[in-house]
Design a protein around this ligand. Sequence first.
Ligand code: ADP
Ligand code: ADP
Ligand code: MG
Length: 499
Amino acid sequence: MNLHTLLIANRGEIARRIIRAAREMGLRTVAVYSEADADAPHVLEADRAVLIGPPPPQASYLRVEAILDAARQTGADAIHPGYGFLAENAAFAQAVADAGLVFVGPPPQAIALMGDKAAARARMQAAGVPVVPGYQGADDDQALAQAAARIGFPVLLKAAAGGGGKGMRVVAQPEDLAEAAAAARREAQHAFGDARLILEKYIPQARHVEFQILADAHGQVLHLYERECSVQRRHQKIIEETPSPLLDDALRRRMAQAAVAAARAVGYVNAGTVEFIVDPEPRAFYFLEMNTRLQVEHPITEMVLGLDLVQWQLRVAAGQALPWRQGDLRPRGHALEVRVYAEDPTNGFLPSTGRLVHVVEPQGPGVRVDSGVRPGLEVTPHYDPLLAKIIVHAEDRPGAIARMQAALERTAYHGVVTNVAFLLQVLRHPDFRAGRYHTRWVDEIGAEVATEPTAVPPAVLAALALAERMPARGSVAPASAGGTARYDPWAALQGVFPA
Ligand code: ADP
Ligand code: ADP
Ligand code: MG
């Protein structure tokens, strides 16, 4: 089968990244957008764009009928969901197929099964994949109490339908269980429309290590090695790297085999990620969940393997067989990714909104920026505050860290507050440099991670905004003053308005 026109049911950096991959393959691209995104980069870059509704996601990016209509209108023959929004919605995948279109992702049955943490745990146990000691049966208080007593405290309550790091609760002692479960059920019902809970043993100094899977429709299931995502803030990944500093070859091989077995057990096709939690003492690993979509952090895998995952998703969706055997895939060097968010670390990481008056994104050998923004764009409160991902690749881990530091020191999104200075503090921390971290490490060192003042006086912002509109005077380049590579808005201004 040949695909001709791809509709991207998403926005921001991931929509742009998918458009780029499709264009290189000679496909026409169709963007969809909400009223808040009328002049967003993904809209300008696609061959065609269709307005699908007002800003709230339920009124636009989550509207299945509007998206299918857009596909019909534009003659699209395939739909890529990106991540978030409708990416892990089995009903959407089914509706796409029912409309006679190709869904660029796994079969709806695999999405449904893996989207239910209770069903997924049961299937994995049956397939011999180790799961966290836990419980996924009827979740009345008595059953939960019995299970917790058997497993031992602390335990973790999770929404069976949960995702995005939301709605998990650690319970330290038996007395707290009933109340925590009641609150968790309410939260789960509200967030996911499904109150069911599962219970797992809580692993206090856990590491999060996941394996990328790529499977074709002809029975070939390959793993594309691991990504370590233990640098998290409140269960949300902020820095990812590959290879994992934790794994040795023997553990890597065992985990990779388990990941492939997990994918096979649900008849997986296309790209997906099997997440594991690793207890460093005594180095045991357990299945957490499978994300049945392209992952935010997929670029680090692309960097070390030198392949384009989105293009392989499209080829697999079109029925092509993967041309490799496992042994053909050999990663090279070390890759790191950071997520740059419009959020204020000095104010509880609250999202920051506003107009981007000036944007400086890093570049250079081994530096990749997957950005969703440009100067002049309004960052609104309607969507995820991810501005861009900065990805670096180098020979080894110290080289990658040095490259990322240098890149972040030349990164600026003036007009909103970002976590760039915070990311730099984490990267500079001796524990990070030693690869000695776990999923709660960032939250624990929080007090030490002072943030540098990043506020730029309003007058400077105004001048920079003006400078953006004066292309004849040359573009605003980051200045390198006094041997430091740090971006300096004052020096940048001098470049535009010489004395
Ligand atoms: P990844 O493992 O790819 O980093 P995340 O868990 O960070 O995935 O989620 C990726 C995106 O999808 C984020 O924008 C997150 O907010 C969103 N997301 C993931 N799961 C859900 C969910 N169940 N409900 C709403 N948003 C979700
Ligand atoms: P989600 O679907 O929200 O992504 P996951 O089950 O993948 O939920 O867990 C998200 C994160 O929560 C993990 O990366 C890890 O930091 C933490 N976590 C999950 N399960 C456990 C556990 N049993 N013990 C300790 N931490 C856990
Ligand atoms: Mg997860």
